[in-house]
Design a protein around this ligand. Structure first.
Ligand code: ATP
Length: 357
């Protein structure tokens, strides 16, 4: 049975490093939840607290209504998948998966049945007797997942589970992990620094910086309404144009910047005249408007410094009033821009997101 996982003011320090700093968070029953942040921000420590490998210094960890601070890892019914797979190389695939079932003292026929079902879930039925050290990285990762799933955990914990795989296999595993979650509905807590993993799979995600949760939301909320400049640049790519608020009212603002006055219709912070802001504008919001036909509220002149043609999209490196910008142009036509060209960008006021400094 899946459980809800709740942390209340949880702190964990190593000497003088506050790896997890007063974190409060609730992961709902059956939710696919991501924790995302740069290296060293405290993600693994957080995961280990939930798994029971670390005890919080202060605060409370609950599985549903039960406080589990003092429950040892093997009694929490969590399944864990590590980045390096952590399989036993001298054992077969089936023996690796069987381990947790033997610990739980299940009879042989039940163990066999559960192993077969777990292998089916990760599409590795034909590898039952193979030595683990003869498997590819992707196959080992599937077995690690089967080993975690076979015990029917209340919470599935995934620590960068696919970061050792190549790009194509990563995409395939993302799809498969998502399908497995849809089928099992296990509360899943996935830790990564890969934004694509999180954006493509998460129900909700938390962004962590220096041991603190900065923002929690759905992928769409976090991408479209980042709490601050750190989140805006960590989730997806963005351009920043700094400026000062001239006027702000009713969710709109005008901002004086080196590239001219920018109008925003996406204001969700407290802004007043004179507030210093960074305007976050995603590359796809910078529209190359050669014939001036766009009705977007903002116009910026820029010089092309580099062009990267990628077939489906074309990327432009630009410079406007000494500020480097990146634009992404979908469905590039036959007319090529080249370095040195001066272009006009149209930017919708909805796509200009002023974030206080
Ligand atoms: P990465 O993405 O690189 O794995 P992370 O976000 O998982 O990083 P943690 O491993 O949780 O980060 O580490 C958070 C901070 O706590 C870091 O500054 C790290 O050096 C420190 N830390 C983690 N484990 C220990 C430990 N056992 N002893 C001392 N310091 C530790």
């Amino acid at each position: 049975m899946a459980v809800a996982v709740e942390l209340n003011h949880v702190t964990k320090a190593f000497d003088t490093t506050l790896a997890v700093n007063d974190v409060s968070l609730k992961i709902e029953k059956g939710e696919f939840f991501f924790l995302l942040g740069p290296s060293g921000c405290g993600k693994s420590t957080f995961l280990r607290i939930v798994a029971g490998f670390y005890k919080p210094d202060t605060g409370e960890l609950r599985f549903d209504d039960t406080v589990v601070n003092n429950v040892p890892p093997h009694q929490r019914n969590t399944g864990m998948v590590f980045q390096n797979y952590a399989l036993w190389p001298h054992m077969s695939v089936a023996e690796n998966i069987e381990y947790g079932l033997t610990l739980r003292k299940l009879e042989k026929p039940e163990r066999q049945e559960k192993i077969a079902r777990a292998l089916e879930m990760v599409q590795m039925e034909d590898y039952h007797d193979r030595a683990v050290n003869t498997l590819s990285g992707g196959q080992q990762q599937r077995i690690a997942l089967a080993r975690a799933l076979v015990i029917e955990p209340s919470v599935l914990l995934l620590d960068e589970p696919i970061s050792n795989l190549d790009a194509a296999l990563r995409q395939q595993m993302r799809d498969e992990i998502k399908q497995i979650h849809d089928r099992t509905n296990i509360t899943t807590f996935y830790v990564t620094h890969d934004q694509v993993d999180a954006l493509s799979m998460a129900h909700r995600m938390a962004i962590m910086q220096d041991g603190v949760i900065v923002q929690v939301g759905t992928p769409r909320e976090v991408y479209q309404f980042p709490k601050n400049a750190f989140v805006a640049s960590f989730i997806g790519e963005t351009n920043f144009i700094s400026g000062k608020v001239q006027h702000a009212a009713n969710g709109t603002a005008t901002i004086e910047t080196p590239v001219g006055t920018l109008h925003s219709k996406t204001v969700y912070h407290e802004l007043t005249q004179g507030t210093s802001v960074q305007c976050s504008i995603r590359p796809e919001a910078l529209i190359v408007d050669s014939n001036g036909s766009s009705s977007a509220e903002n116009r910026v002149n820029a010089t092309v410094t580099a062009v990267n043609y990628l077939g489906r999209v074309e990327e432009y490196q630009l410079i406007a009033a000494d500020i480097p910008l990146k634009a992404v142009h979908y469905n590039p036509g036959t007319e090529a821009k080249k370095p040195g060209d001066i272009i006009q960008l149209a930017i919708s006021a909805e796509m200009v997101v002023p974030l206080p400094d």
